[in-house]
Design a protein around this ligand. Structure first.
Ligand SMILES: [Ca+2]
Ligand SMILES: [Ca+2]
Length: 135
């Protein structure tokens, strides 16, 4: 199953090129690269060890409606690893939408190359603690 998932990445990359031309305003958010610029991104990886597809965003998300960059694969309940590139703001990840359910806190610059039972393939929302709406 893991091998199959990786094989699909090359095909999806072609679609990503087309999409990339639209979002010129956002320099780094959701460009397929996990970056610390612009305040630092929350990066969600489909596979463990920060490999494969990534969803990188500078923003909090009340529900995981998006897809991994360049793919059609939903991020909801499929995240396998997490990296908080914001060096001085904690990232809170929840298994339910609207910041509900079980909570995992990733400190500034922190990362998890694998997620334990209850968190793996379960996240449905996240927020930076600097966000006013973050519990
Ligand atoms: Ca980025
Ligand atoms: Ca969930």
């Amino acid at each position: 199953m893991r091998a199959f998932k990786k094989a699909v990445i090359g095909l999806a990359g072609a679609a990503a090129l087309t999409m990339g031309m639209v979002g010129t305003a956002s320099a780094g958010s959701y460009n397929g690269v996990c970056e610390s610029s612009g305040g630092g991104e929350a990066c969600l990886y489909y596979q463990y060890d920060y490999s494969g597809w990534v969803y990188d965003t500078l923003y909090s998300k009340t529900s995981y409606t998006g897809t991994y960059y360049g793919t059609e694969t939903p991020i909801n309940d499929t995240v396998g690893a997490v990296w908080n590139r914001d060096p001085d703001t904690s990232l809170k990840l929840y298994t339910g939408a609207n910041y509900t359910g079980s909570l995992l806190v990733v400190g500034g610059g922190g990362k998890y190359n694998t997620l334990g039972t209850g968190f793996a393939n379960a996240f449905s929302s996240h927020c930076f603690t600097s966000n006013a709406g973050c519990p």
